[in-house]
Design a protein around this ligand. Structure first.
Ligand code: CTP
Ligand code: MG
Length: 257
């Protein structure tokens, strides 16, 4: 493919919903922590010119140790993340900018660079998913999102909840056509100039409500089209304790899902 690929691995969250002590990225899954799994998957990605890991401010040394222990052959660095995921990605992107100085590669904010944003919480995301995203960006798509079809039918909430007979009841409304809906995953991939511009604009806008839900949304607000490629069940986000159980099974059964 020949394009330089950069990646921000977001890992600065605290994992409130998982409820383990310490950051979620350090939680063990089949013998290694989530961050280790995510970093090792990137190892064979051709063209990978630099990876920035966002870490909680108090864990910079621990995260650096995890990356060191993973014996990575690509350039990497750990930076402190922010209070929201969006802010962490912004700080991660800034960290990517120093790699070209060291390596002589095209800079991360160049239109020729491919920038991936990936959640360490999706620790078992297969290499093929990274490669699909990269190929789609290389083919000219400015923003690429791996996505899966919905399992459940979804329906809109149509009004305020109330309690009757001690049961919380919520008025329900419109049912969107499920075949037109997708669940979005990471890594999301972008032309370098596009994702840097989107995060710059996102920073200037109101960041109330914890920032943007994902990076492709920020890019869409600049008017760029976004495109889906196939996601996978292995790229599930480890959020609740049950997810960790499921991920453990997936790690132990590499050919099933
Ligand atoms: N993340 C981050 N910086 C933040 C918040 C989240 O880098 N301020 C990262 C997380 O580490 C994770 C990814 O964004 O890899 C997706 O976030 P999520 O799954 O919500 O993880 P947490 O925020 O850690 O979990 P919770 O919301 O349950 O606290
Ligand atoms: Mg969170």
């Amino acid at each position: 493919m020949g394009r330089s690929i950069y990646c921000v691995v977001t890992a600065a969250g605290s994992g409130t919903r998982l409820g383990n002590p310490g950051p979620k990225a350090l939680v063990e899954l089949a013998g290694e922590c989530l961050l280790h799994h995510a970093l090792r998957t990137l190892e064979p990605l051709e063209g990978l010119a630099g990876v920035v890991i966002t870490a909680p401010r108090d864990y910079l040394e621990t995260f650096t140790q995890v990356a060191q222990d993973a014996s990575l052959s690509y350039p990497w660095k750990v930076v402190a993340g922010g209070s929201t995921r969006q802010n962490s990605v912004y700080l991660g992107l800034q960290g990517l900018l120093s790699f070209d100085r060291d390596t002589g590669q095209v800079a991360a904010d160049d239109r020729e660079a491919i920038v991936l944003i990936h959640d360490a919480a999706r620790a078992l995301t297969p290499l093929e998913q990274f490669q699909r995203v990269c190929r789609a960006v290389a083919s000219g798509c400015p923003a690429v999102v791996p996505a899966t079809k919905l399992v459940d039918t979804v329906r809109e909430v149509a009004g305020e909840s109330f309690t009757r007979q001690e049961v919380a009841i919520t008025p329900a409304g419109f049912t969107p056509d499920r075949s037109r809906l997708r669940c979005v995953q990471t890594p999301q991939g972008f032309a370098g100039n596009v994702i840097f511009a989107a995060h710059q604009q996102g920073r200037e806008k109101d960041q109330a409500e914890g920032g943007a839900l994902d990076d492709a949304m920020l890019v869409a607000s600049l008017g760029y089209p976004q495109y889906f490629v196939a996601g996978s069940r292995r790229a599930m986000k480890i959020t609740y304790p049950l997810d960790l159980q499921l991920a453990t099974w997936l790690a132990q059964n590499p050919n099933r899902e």
